[in-house]
Design a protein around this ligand. Structure first.
Ligand code: NAP
Length: 316
């Protein structure tokens, strides 16, 4: 009888979940689906939260391949799951497997949180956008609605989620930047309806797409308060520089969705210019908290979840 969960379960385990998890206390009733998934810190974040809240469930990793995804959703209710998180590469495909999705998930075009209702119905939500919103509030004590925001990597999954949230919160201004500019252009078309009013008067539009080049970025910087890195650049020392430091102004805030290393090159450059900077750990934490709220309809035990994440990363 195992008393410790396996580091990673797989689809074969899900097919006979009670046998695969026999003896586990509390029972494994929440998970993260991914391919790969072994790196996910979500169990270390959620399990202390579940214990703190006195919920009789534990959270495990489930390695689900794309061709297994639809069947995995079919199996979830009968395996006794309360819900699951979803990570790369399943967030977009999950949308179609849901009976219904929240407005924010539909607009982002991806689901990262699934709730299994008592009758087995699956409801999808996306906590990446709302998690980004709360992370900005925590890090900089300001709401998206009061900010002029530039997002690097706005065409990727995380950047798109942040951009949709900024639009839904009616931020003052939104500048979309993406290496593949077509993705930013189609996102702009989707978000245009949120920016119809003439709230901001001035020489720049409220919603813009710009090419990723130094001069185009330089023309924006007097009209931007918050710079966001939503690209996958910044984790490795050898990654190219995102922005020339001279572009960053002291009044600006810089949010790097990357959280490892804890002080990215972009953050170091920003701080050297006198700007405030924060890494993506707060977004990871708050997206987890919002998933918890969606599953249990109660406030998340944020301190326990934060401690769990910091312990997993060896941070204070
Ligand atoms: P994704 O969907 O694959 O998007 C990657 C983005 O990075 C795209 O915009 C892509 O541009 C851009 N990019 C990749 N290589 C580039 C390069 N050499 N130059 C310029 N742009 C480049 O990935 P994702 O899921 O959005 O994740 C992006 C980052 O956010 C990752 O570091 C991830 O760990 C982080 N993240 C953090 C959180 C959090 O909670 N803190 C949550 C989700 C993601 P193209 O469109 O041109 O390919």
């Amino acid at each position: 009888m195992p008393s410790e969960p396996k580091p990673v379960y797989d689809f074969a385990d899900l097919k006979d979940w009670s046998a695969a998890t026999a003896g586990l206390e509390p029972p494994a009733r929440l998970s993260v689906f991914g391919d790969p998934v072994a790196h996910s810190l979500s169990p270390q974040m959620h399990n202390p939260g579940l214990a703190e809240a006195g919920i009789d469930a534990q959270y495990v990793r489930l390695h689900i391949r794309p061709e297994e995804l639809a069947d995995a959703y079919r199996l979830l209710p009968e395996a006794g799951f309360l819900g699951t998180n979803v990570t790369i590469p399943h967030k977009t495909e999950t949308l179609a497997a849901m009976a219904d999705v929240t407005d924010v998930a539909r607009r982002i075009g991806a689901v990262n949180t699934v709730l299994v209702e008592e009758d087995g119905t699956l409801l999808g939500h996306n906590s990446d956008g709302p998690g980004f919103q709360r992370a900005i509030r925590e890090e900089f004590s300001v709401d998206l609605s009061d900010l002029r925001i530039l997002i690097l990597g706005a065409g990727g999954g995380a950047g798109r989620a942040a951009a949709v949230q900024c639009a839904m919160d009616h931020c003052e201004r939104l500048v979309l930047v993406n290496r593949t500019i077509e993705k930013a252009q189609s996102l702009k078309e989707e978000l245009a309806g949120f920016f119809r009013s003439d709230r901001l008067e001035g020489p720049v539009d409220r919603l813009e797409v710009i090419p990723w080049d130094h001069d185009a970025l330089a023309r924006q910087m007097d009209y931007v308060d918050l710079i966001v890195n939503g690209t996958s650049l910044g984790m490795k020392r050898t990654d190219p520089q995102l922005l020339h430091p001279s572009l960053i102004q002291p009044h600006q805030m810089v949010y790097d969705m990357v959280y490892s290393p804890p002080r990215t090159r972009l953050m170091a450059d920003a701080q050297a210019e006198g700007a405030r900077a924060a890494n993506g750990l707060s977004m990871l934490l708050w997206q987890g908290a919002i998933s918890f709220e969606f599953w249990f309809n109660q406030a998340a035990p944020i301190d326990a979840m934060r401690r769990g994440l910091n312990d997993a990363l060896g941070r204070k």
